[in-house]
Design a protein around this ligand. Sequence first.
Ligand code: NAD
Ligand code: MG
Length: 392
Amino acid sequence: MKNIIILGSTGSIGTNTLDIVSKFPGKFRVVGITAGTNVDKMEEQIRTFSPLLAAMSDETAADRLRTRCKGLSTRILSGTDGLVKTATMDGADLVISAIVGGAGLVPTLAAIQAGKSIALANKEPMVMAGQLMREEARKARVRIFPVDSEHSALFQSMEGHRVQDIRRLILTASGGPLWNLTTQQMRAVQPEQALKHPNWKMGPKITIDSATLMNKGLEVVEAHWLFDIPASKIEVVVHRESIIHSLVEYTDRSVIAQLGLPDMRTPIAYAMNYPERVPLDLPSLNLAQIGSLSFCEPDHDRFPCLGFGYEALKVGGTMPAVLNAANEIAVQAFLDRKIGFLGIAETIRRTMGQHVPVDVSSLDIALKADLWARTKAAEMLAIVASAPAVVH
Ligand code: NAD
Ligand code: MG
């Protein structure tokens, strides 16, 4: 029996994780859960899974949850301190890191330092402080298992192989809901349209990141830190069907890939049970029925955010943290209809352009860069909203 903690239990990854837990009651016990503001779902999860600890980052939400759960055995905590206490609690073996955005950095890093293995969905902390996360994991002798489907595919395609024999990593990208639009058409895109992902059901932030291809830019950085492979050996190919989840090419030109119908429960279950594979009752891949798979180069002109990921990695230091924070501010502003779709890339470009990077030698430096970029990006929003990006 593994004792697990789920950071971000009410989200898309969090609920998929709990779905797996329910299917294997003898394998997992949920000892801690955390969320931001969703009191209804937290109450339901507390009543179903009876964790020892439950934390909400929002203090008011935590108060409401306490009232609703009076008389139950679960202790309810709040704020960042509550998230950290839950993430580091004694007796837990594995932490599923599934908060969205930079808010996951502090609790995830604390879990690593407390010696917990990590199943990592929350890619943003890896972008903000990848070197630190890797270093701390090494010191604490814990493993970080990828949950992101591409990274899980790379991890699976590397099993039994030597890192020095890798020639390149090839990340697949679905292209998202706006792949076929011209830049001119993108100018008028509304949040509803950008939130309609063709293949995956995910939270709103990552769905917008898929529409801008920022998600793939973040994933390039994530792959770099997870697998210690330089950016020059990480490529992206657009594969609209999301059947091949990513590929590894070896020096003898042999290419190994992992395939499957797009369902996050497969990579989540693999990270939770590694090295065991558990039987999941999901539809099987039928290649004859699918008929053909397509591939093409990503278009950097229409989707500049992918290039920002490579650029941030090349510059190094705090630049990836700045890229991530500017993106979070810009995505929220787009969802709030304060800027247009093209304004997302423009806000990130302008914020990165003003940053003077330093080494990320401590958590404090990463958090300072994050705060600087959020403030700077918020300033940029006004400029971007009044002067829309140049259309090629
Ligand atoms: P989501 O929006 O559905 O859920 C986010 C979770 O984080 C919720 O439980 C929410 O309460 C919590 N949360 C939000 N803001 C918070 C804050 N400030 N403090 C504490 N908790 C907070 O997101 P998701 O789609 O499940 O994605 C979670 C992470 O996994 C993201 O980093 C995303 O990039 C990554 N990921 C998701 C998918 C997917 O299929 N959804 C696939 C690959 C990677
Ligand atoms: Mg992914």
